[in-house]
Each structure stands twice: as structure tokens, then as C-alpha cells.
Design a protein around this ligand. Structure first.
Ligand code: PLP
Length: 483
């Protein structure tokens, strides 16, 4: 026991000081690239860890120091210290928000930032971010302008509506609409549509926040026009239709259609609003997706207001887009709440560029990444999977079983909850590590790679991996699997 404690004391004496470490060549190299305070902090943390490892004997598990002469101990401790310092500095200086290769097969993954931006939108953000811009400056009149005007005309033109208003996200859009039109009044909604969207957007709670009173009608599975009719009173301000984005009620069901709601609204002179959630500017049925998420169809059904997200099927930045009748939207734009939930210049730059892409519809199908991913054919996905396996199998054959398998991708983001898109995955079964270890290491790579874990295998769905990410994906896998 005495001998062991003695050994620890000897080891502790060998630990270099901060100044000495700052003079070692590998740390001097770090000093050229990173701020000194960051490095000093990393040195202190690494020394503290080394001291603890010595005291708890863990140091002997990492390196066998017991048989070494005292004179060479320091030479053996030093590389460990500098490696740890390097690791800490890299972690401290790399951003928290990083690029991720999404191999989950979920196209609109809210945790992974939903829609990737088109090249046009990326360029627009870059151009505006690098200097000043005419965010609220009317260049024709040389006077103060409105930031909403930057995108409103594109929206009204594309969707043939009277007016458009853009806010931070769709939750904010719904809040603004309800607060403006129905504060201290009643809003009628079907029980089957009182949804909770992931991340705590619950329709009844948003309604309460807006100051509107919720009047639920019908039952979970069936709501008829008469249910709405019987609930209409002098206090009713709005008939609301909510798209049940992330679930579907099947079997014995009856939903009152938007057209039926619109005729009720006309009969009682009440506005009708649709919270569409994931709104699309293209006809998704043309590529085999059966949906009611077409914004233009909702508008032509005659609703007064429709709201949807910018970063779901539209394929743009996070935003809430409100389209509809001028009389209602003008009121919303005067609501003080509007000022609190307005978009910033980078969002507006990306949104304007995205909307411009839609002016040429065939072009949009290619240029908007979300639409491109939705339309990818099985053959293209197989080809992409083959490129990955051709690179991996020769290098990793001793480390993993690698195959190509049919898979199902999903739209995600609260759109088409029961639609599975046939897809193709590269499936990796590690032979020398557990699949959770592999997944953890991939989360440390740059870029980060996120796949799907299933029965001791890592599934990498090709539908959500962009073409220019293949090389990076292969590199990350080689790095991680050969550890
Ligand atoms: C996604 C969704 C929302 C919330 O939209 P955000 O843009 O995430 O704020 C609201 N309602 C419906 C029906 C949705 O699908």
C-alpha cells in the first residue's frame, strides 16, 4: 500500500506545469491557430484529469508506468496530456451547430433542421448576410419600406390570393391569426383535429394563448357540417380546419370537408381558416403521393385564411406563411404581436429565393431539395447505394457486413404520416464494435452522420443523403469502422 501511494506521489511530481506545456512543440503549434485563453483552459482541464487518473489508478490502465524508471515517466505521460489538450481545444473551438448528413430516410426531420435549402436560397442568404440590405427600404421611392413586401407579391402571384403575410414559423402564424380574429370570441374546431405537433404545439394551448375560446364539435372520428352549425352563436368568430399532420384516423370516419366549411362560413358570414401545417406549392399527387396538402387547392376551395410552414414541403427556411383575404390579413399586420414574431433578413432572403424558384415549376422540382428527394426513383437510389458499398466493402470487409437492402423512407415534418416511400439503404453490421458505439462515433465525425439503428445494424437510407455528401459519408464510415 505504501509502495503504491509512493508511486502515485512520484507520478504526480512528474506532471508538467502550465508554462512548460505551453512551450512544448505540439502546443506551440496549437497556439498559432487558437486563442491562448482557450488553450490554457484546456491545459488546466487536462492536467486536472491526469491528476485524478493518477490518484484513482486509472492512469495505469491507459499506460503501464509501473515498470518504468522514474527518469522516463515524464516522456510517457506527456503524449497523453497533449493528446487530451488537443481534443479539448478542438471541442471548444468547433461550432455547436454543425452540418449533418441525414441518412435516416426522414426527409423533413425536425430535429435535423427540416428542409435543406436550394442553391438559390443559400446564395441569397450569403449575399444578404455579408453586408447591408434594403430590408425595410423602398428602393423605388427612396423611403422607408416594409419587409413583408419583399415576399408578399411573389406569394400572392404564385397562389392567386389577395394578400400574404410572413412570420417566424407556422405556430406564430396560427397564434397571430387567432389573436387578431378571435380574441375573446369563439373558434369552432372538430374534436378530430385538436392535434399536438411534435415539440409541444398543441392546438388547444395555442388557442388559449391567443385569447380565443375553443369550441370543440363532433367526436374524435366523425364530425358533420351540422355539428358546426349547431355550435355557431353570436360569439363565434372563426371556423377552423386543422390538418391532422402527424396522424390519421382510419376506419369509421367522417370529416367535414373544407368546401362544406366554406359554404357554412358563407351562410353565417364567418371567416374560415385552414392551418395546413405542411403546405406544398406543387401537386404531389403527380408523383404518386396522395395528399390534401396543396396550398392552391385549399385557396381555391374558398377559405379566407390559410397558414403553413416555410420549412416543410415548401422546402424553404423556417417561416410561417399566411395567405388569404386582404380584410383579415390587414388586421393581422396591424396587431402588435406581428412585430414580435416578424422574420429576420436572412430568412426573408432565403424565402424570397425559394419562392422565385417556384416561378418555373419544372425547374422547382429539380432545384428544391425536398421535392428532388421526394421524387427520387428506386434505380437512382440503388445506384447511389452501390457507389457507397463499392467504396466500403473492399476496405471494411474485416470490420463489417455490408449489404444493400430495400427500405422505407418517410416525408416527416408532420406530413403524410402513413405514407412510406419505397427506398434503398446501405446496411452495416459491425463485427468488432457494437452498433451503438459506431453510431456514437459517427455523431463525432465531421460532418456528423445520423442513420437508423435496427436489429444490431446501422441503416443508411439513401433517399435523404445528398449526391455531394456521398464522399463525406464514405470517409466518415471508413474512419469510424476501422477504429
Ligand atoms: C407543423 C405544424 C404546425 C407548426 O408549424 P411550425 O412551422 O413548426 O411552427 C402547426 N400546425 C400544423 C397542422 C402543422 O403541421
Amino acid at each position: 500500500m505504501l509502495k503504491k501511494d509512493n508511486h502515485k506521489t512520484i507520478l504526480l511530481r512528474q506532471l508538467p506545469g502550465v508554462d512548460e506545456l505551453l512551450r512544448t512543440p505540439s502546443i506551440t503549434a496549437l497556439l498559432k491557430e487558437h486563442p491562448r485563453p482557450v488553450i490554457v483552459k484546456a491545459i488546466q482541464a487536462a492536467l486536472k484529469k491526469q491528476r485524478q487518473d493518477i490518484l484513482s489508478d486509472q492512469i495505469n490502465q491507459a499506460i503501464d508506468l509501473s515498470s518504468l524508471p522514474e527518469s522516463s515517466l515524464r516522456t510517457h505521460l506527456l503524449p497523453h496530456l497533449t493528446k487530451e489538450i488537443n481534443r479539448l481545444v478542438v471541442r471548444q473551438t468547433s461550432p455547436n451547430l454543425k452540418k449533418v448528413i441525414n441518412a435516416t430516410g426522414i426527409i423533413l426531420h425536425t430535429n435535423l433542421g427540416r428542409a435543406p435549402l436550394s442553391t438559390a436560397a443559400q446564395k441569397a442568404v450569403q449575399a444578404v448576410a455579408s453586408g447591408y440590405c434594403n430590408l425595410e427600404f423602398d428602393l423605388n421611392r427612396g423611403q422607408r419600406g416594409s419587409r413583408n413586401d419583399l415576399v408578399a407579391a411573389l406569394c400572392t402571384h404564385l397562389m392567386q390570393v389577395e394578400s400574404a403575410l410572413v412570420v417566424n414559423n407556422n405556430a406564430a402564424a396560427v397564434l397571430l391569426a387567432l389573436n387578431t380574429i378571435a380574441r375573446d370570441k369563439e373558434v369552432i374546431v372538430s374534436r378530430g383535429q385538436l392535434v399536438e405537433i411534435g415539440g409541444s404545439f398543441r392546438m388547444p394551448e395555442v388557442m388559449r394563448q391567443s385569447g380565443a375560446r375553443l369550441v370543440e364539435v363532433g367526436t374524435t372520428n366523425r364530425t358533420y357540417p351540422d355539428d358546426y352549425r349547431q355550435a355557431i352563436t353570436e360569439f363565434t368568430a372563426l371556423l377552423l380546419h386543422v390538418h391532422t399532420s402527424n396522424y390519421k384516423i382510419m376506419g369509421f370516419t367522417q370529416e367535414t370537408s373544407l368546401t362544406e366549411l366554406v359554404s357554412l362560413g358563407q351562410e353565417y358570414r364567418l371567416p374560415v381558416m385552414s392551418d395546413l401545417g405542411s403546405g406544398s406549392f406543387v401537386n404531389l399527387t403527380s408523383f404518386g403521393l396522395n395528399t390534401e396538402l396543396n396550398v392552391f387547392e385549399v385557396v381555391t376551395a374558398g377559405v379566407d385564411i390559410v397558414t403553413f410552414s416555410g420549412d416543410k414541403l415548401l422546402g424553404g427556411p423556417q417561416a410561417g406563411i399566411i395567405l388569404g383575404k386582404r380584410e383579415y390579413l390587414a388586421k393581422m399586420s396591424k396587431n402588435p404581436l406581428f412585430r414580435a414574431i416578424r422574420c429576420d433578413k436572412l430568412t426573408l432572403a432565403a424565402l424570397e429565393a425559394t419562392l422565385r424558384v417556384y416561378l418555373d415549376l419544372p425547374g422547382a422540382l429539380e432545384e428544391i431539395p425536398v421535392l428532388r428527394m421526394l421524387r427520387l426513383k428506386k434505380e437512382e437510389l440503388e445506384k447511389q447505394a452501390k457507389v457507397v458499398t463499392d467504396h466500403l466493402i473492399p476496405v471494411l470487409k474485416d470490420y463489417a457486413r455490408i449489404t444493400i437492402e430495400p427500405a422505407y423512407a418517410q416525408v416527416g415534418g408532420g406530413a403524410l404520416p402513413v405514407t412510406n416511400l419505397p427506398s434503398v439503404a446501405v446496411v452495416i453490421q459491425p463485427l468488432k464494435q457494437s452498433v451503438t458505439e459506431v453510431a456514437a462515433c459517427l455523431r463525432n465525425e465531421e460532418p456528423v452522420v445520423i442513420g437508423r439503428l435496427q436489429e444490431n445494424c446501422l441503416w443508411l437510407d439513401m433517399r435523404t443523403v445528398q449526391k455531394d455528401e456521398i464522399e463525406l459519408l464514405v470517409k466518415a464510415l471508413k474512419n469510424v469502422m476501422r477504429k
